[in-house]
Write a protein that binds this ligand. Structure first.
Ligand SMILES: [Zn+2]
Length: 263
């Protein structure tokens, strides 16, 4: 029987290094609408859905672990409970397509919250150059290599994106620790964050979009007894990552961080 030993809370800021595009619903025939809008919150500002960030971290971990990917869905699916029990990807990010039986709980360790734009990161100077209050339209022209003219198929694209220099603040991830072995799974999350910095978030990454960096990272440990006493807090004596505030430093110093995950 699994028992929740505590929660690791990982706070960070996500810095956009090259324009990032996480697609939202199209605006249809709305006048002045963009044909490829980014996803927005209820205040009309772009945000990063937790599902997008989590999905990307998952896929990087799948690739790194050499997991078989389902051809239809493009994601890894554990096919049996035995497989799940050996599978770090599904333990961290959640299992798909399997149901629990009486002997196994299919627990998900990682929760990723939505992350919102820091308005101040879009400076007045940037705003002067943006097509919309928080975003830019990057016109891309597809050239037909035979004729040297604009291709008749998908020749002109106008994807909207959040500009380089933007910052999404207070990104929060929560990592549940159910058993001793889960502490080592946490390292795989930090590794995935590091892989992501040399990969991309959102769409059109191979065209240069979506480079992001995690900075100002703070890692806190709230153990089960803290919840019993009501003393959960994101305060300095709960911080367990010293001044290791980037994914690279978290991975490098993981042994010391792990030692602090005690009851
Ligand atoms: Zn799996």
């Amino acid at each position: 029987m699994a028992k929740l030993l505590g929660k690791v809370i990982i706070k960070s800021n996500l810095y956009v290094k090259t324009g990032i595009r996480i697609g939202g619903p199209t605006e249809g025939l709305k006048i002045g609408g963009v044909d490829n809008p980014v996803i927005r919150d209820a205040y009309g500002k772009p945000y990063i859905p937790g599902s997008s960030l989590k999905g990307k971290l998952r896929s990087l971990t799948e690739l790194k672990e050499g997991k078989y990917l389902d051809v239809k869905s493009g994601i890894h699916i554990c096919k049996s409970l035995d497989e799940y029990q050996q599978c770090d990807v599904c333990k961290i990010y959640g299992v798909m397509g399997l149901t629990s039986d009486s002997s196994t709980f299919l627990l998900t360790r990682l929760i990723v919250r939505d992350t919102y734009l820091d308005e101040e990161s879009i400076t007045p100077e940037m705003r002067d150059n943006l097509e919309f209050p928080w975003t830019e339209i990057k016109t891309e022209i597809n050239i037909d290599r035979r004729t040297g003219t604009v291709s008749s198929v998908g020749g002109l694209r106008n994807p909207e994106r959040v500009p380089a220099g933007a910052k999404f603040k207070d990104c929060e991830m929560i990592f549940n620790i159910y058993e001793e072995g889960d502490k080592d799974l946490l390292k795989k999350l930090f590794e995935a964050m590091l892989w992501l910095e040399d990969d991309y978030l959102g769409g059109m990454g191979s065209r240069g979009y979506g480079k992001v960096e995690f900075k100002d990272i703070e890692v806190y440990w709230n153990k089960a007894s803290d919840y019993e006493s009501g003393k959960t807090a994101l305060i300095s004596d709960r911080k367990i990552n010293e001044d290791w505030d980037t994914p690279a430093k978290l991975v490098e110093n993981f042994i010391k961080i792990k030692e602090k995950l005690k009851e």
